[in-house]
Design a protein around this ligand. Structure first.
Ligand code: 5GP
Length: 216
């Protein structure tokens, strides 16, 4: 399914979208985020700070900024985060990084954060935020995906499953809830949501000039 793309021959300016993608870990969110970034040049990823140690293959500055607890606390007290939360006994935070400037330039930012982050971001930036929650087709399938991934011990997988159930209970804090039966189909839905949200009248900040011209 091709996403509807409206080119901009009239020079409309638009305001960007703060696009939040959450899911229990293993539900396919990272694959969808990767594909979205590859296909959407106006979208960039917010890289969070975390106190958790890097997993094998993770790159500092790309997957996360890995910091110790002292540094994280210092950043909290300097108000350097848009939001932050405790997840799995570690701390995760979204840096401010001039997001509102990025929005006003018509560029979008993708956030891979949990329900606590989605809630805080929404409280802060309301209408700029679009929250998408990706569900696994079943909890049994989620466990299988986590086991197939083989990056975590059984104990961690059990903890992730317990947390997944808690995450799922926050489904109603999102604007869109999708079931990831098939990653390509789910990706197409996410792309369509982004395309439609970009076209919302409230984001078409340049349209007023066009309307004035039409009426003269
Ligand atoms: P992981 O350790 O598996 O990379 O991430 C664990 C969870 O933390 C995921 O659900 C992810 O979405 C969430 N997370 C990552 N960065 C942030 C952040 O900056 N803020 C919040 N609230 N959650 C985050």
């Amino acid at each position: 399914m091709a996403a509807p793309i409206q080119h901009d021959p009239h020079g409309f300016k638009r305001r960007g979208v703060l696009f939040v993608l959450s899911s229990p870990s293993g539900a396919g969110k990272s694959t969808i985020a990767r594909k979205l970034l590859a296909s959407e040049p106006e979208l960039s990823m917010s890289v969070s700070y975390t106190t958790r140690p890097p997993r094998e293959g993770e790159v500092d500055g790309k997957d996360y900024h890995f910091v110790d607890l002292e540094k994280f606390r210092e950043m909290v007290s300097n108000h350097e985060f848009l939001e932050w939360a405790h997840v799995f006994g570690q701390r995760y935070g979204t840096p401010k990084n001039d997001v509102f400037h990025v929005l006003s330039e018509g560029r979008d930012i993708l956030f891979d954060i949990d329900w606590q982050g989605a809630q805080q971001l929404y409280q802060l930036a309301g209408g700029d935020v679009v929250r998408v929650f990706v569900l696994p087709p079943s909890m049994a399938e989620l466990r299988q995906r986590l086991e197939r991934r083989a990056t975590d011990s059984q104990e961690i997988i059990d903890a992730r499953m317990a947390r997944a159930e808690a995450e799922v209970s926050h489904w109603d804090g999102y604007d869109y809830v999708l079931v990831n039966d098939d990653v390509e189909e789910c990706f197409d839905c996410v792309k369509t949501i982004l395309a439609a949200e970009r076209l919302k009248r409230s984001r078409q900040t340049g349209i007023i000039g066009f309307i004035r011209k039409l009426r003269t």
